[in-house]
Design a protein around this ligand. Structure first.
Ligand code: GLU
Length: 465
């Protein structure tokens, strides 16, 4: 049997991190088993539908590098088939038309509430004859759910889950306006797409029992189910906006790498011994449904950031600079990327995100046109004196390397600042970077080169004299 998994998001306008994890698990399971990973857009809510909202999801998958087989399906486009199945169930006697008025349904609801019943619809049309149908009323079609006994789902994560059939109602599969309901559509689509494994959030576990009523009524094979515990916030409560970023797009904009994101989302609910760092190739090799956690996982921002720092450090230098490109305010010139390549070690060490990388590396693109508060403090009279004296020192260097710059600055410190190298380094840093924090400054000076460094020093002297 070829495994077929699916990711069926509703286009809500953003891709929630929980959805991204669901997509990842489905993708990994398909890759691990040599199966297929399919995407279906659950776009039947036409009032909320927009082309852009669909694109957001596809962009999210693309960014996360979760490739899928076939073109994404549209659930809405399959509606004719859903209607056919509703009619087929009707013809088979597995479903029936219900002509209840809203008032009747309200009364049933009240009654069920008063009696504490698990469901409210009293099945009054289940065994009635069509000749009883009131004139001029468009009926809904309801499925005949089993009346007694129980239904068992052997869930790969939750284990054996049993529900008494009296908990299930004769739910609607086709509305009175002729549109199919979600409960029907999802089963028909999963069946038609050949889905063998449904891996999704455990907020859908209740739906599973109702969806199985449709499978049974059609005599179709049911998929294997794996219901994932939800993601909680760091404090263990429901993950919400107040905890921090909810959507994949936000993490992308903060400068997270897709590989770090995948590793983090994988660990958020799945384990492989004590391994924390699991690159995607290993994840594909190791992923299974056996090691999905049974309890909710708490989102840990620091852990995600540390993983991101790890993947930044591991990344090939050119690829890293290229990934950081959208985060620079200025156009990345060839000379600037060459400088960044030379200073990559320091830049990597100081960057947990691509955004930080771009901030740290910005001075390699152009001379500062402003100086932060710390830098300004270092450009006082003492600082300017140091800068005046550094110029001839740099001019005198025949070979400009991090070591030769540092040695020359050490000598200068000995001459004018009691050997305190920081008193030389800080004004130099301020002049070259416009900041009081930056990568190792003697290395940075060597990378910028003699002419550029001197030009920046002169610019700072001009500005603060
Ligand atoms: N469209 C549903 C959602 O976004 C998916 C339901 C399913 O996986 O069956 O939650």
């Amino acid at each position: 049997m070829t495994v077929v998994t699916r990711f069926p998001p509703s286009p809500t306008g953003f891709m929630h991190i929980g959805n991204a994890r669901t997509a990842l698990f489905n993708w990994l399971y398909a890759k691990n088993t040599g199966g297929k990973f399919l995407v279906r857009i659950e776009d039947t809510d036409r009032e909320r539908y927009s082309e852009e909202a669909v694109q957001v999801i596809l962009n999210g998958l693309e960014w996360l590098e979760l490739d899928y087989d076939n073109e994404p399906e549209s659930q809405f486009a399959n509606r004719r088939r859903h209607i056919d199945i509703a009619n087929e169930l009707l013809a088979k006697g597995m479903a029936y038309k219900c002509y209840c008025t809203p008032e009747e349904l309200d009364a049933m609801r009240e009654k069920a509430k008063a009696e504490g019943l698990p469901t409210y619809y009293d099945r009054r049309w289940r065994d009635k004859d069509d000749s009883d149908a009131p004139a001029g009323v468009d009926p809904v079609i309801r499925i005949k759910a089993p009346l007694d006994g129980s239904m068992i789902v052997e869930d790969e994560v939750q284990g054996k889950v049993e529900v008494q059939n009296k908990q299930l109602d004769d739910f609607i599969i086709l509305r009175s306006d002729g549109t199919p309901t979600y409960m029907l559509a999802v089963v028909v689509d999963d069946h038609d797409m050949g889905v063998t494994h449904v891996i999704r959030g455990d907020d859908h576990l209740n739906n599973t029992f109702r969806q199985n009523v449709v499978y049974d009524a059609m005599g179709w094979d049911k998929p294997t189910y794996a219901h994932l515990p939800l993601i909680h916030g760091p404090d263990g409560s429901k993950f919400s906006k107040r905890h921090g970023a909810q959507s994949v797009e936000e993490y992308r904009e903060m400068g997270y790498l897709p590989e770090a994101m995948r590793n983090y989302l994988l660990r958020l609910g799945w384990s492989h011994g004590d391994d924390e760092i699991i690159p995607t190739d290993k994840a594909v090799e190791w992923f299974n449904l056996d090691h999905i956690q049974k309890s909710p996982a708490n989102f840990d921002f620091a852990k995600l950031e540390n993983l991101n720092a790890h993947y930044i450090a591991e990344m090939e230098a050119n690829a890293l600079i290229d990934s950081a490109r959208p985060f620079f305010d200025e156009e990345l010139t060839n000379i600037a990327s060459q400088r960044m390549l030379e200073g990559i070690g320091e830049l990597k060490k100081r960057s947990k995100t691509l955004l930080q990388f771009a901030e740290e590396a910005a001075f390699y693109i152009k001379a500062p046109d402003s100086y932060n508060e710390g830098a300004q403090k270092n450009l006082d009279t003492d600082g300017l004196e140091v800068l005046e004296k550094i110029i001839p020192v740099l001019e005198g260097l025949s070979d400009v390397t991090p070591d030769s710059v540092m040695d020359a600055c050490k000598t200068l410190a000995g001459e004018i600042r009691d050997g305190k190298l920081g008193k030389i380094g800080m004004p130099l840093r301020a002049a070259l970077t416009g900041s009081d924090k930056s990568p190792a400054i003697f290395e940075a000076a060597a990378i910028l080169g003699k002419d550029e460094s001197i030009a920046r020093i002169q610019k700072a002297i001009q500005a603060f004299k």
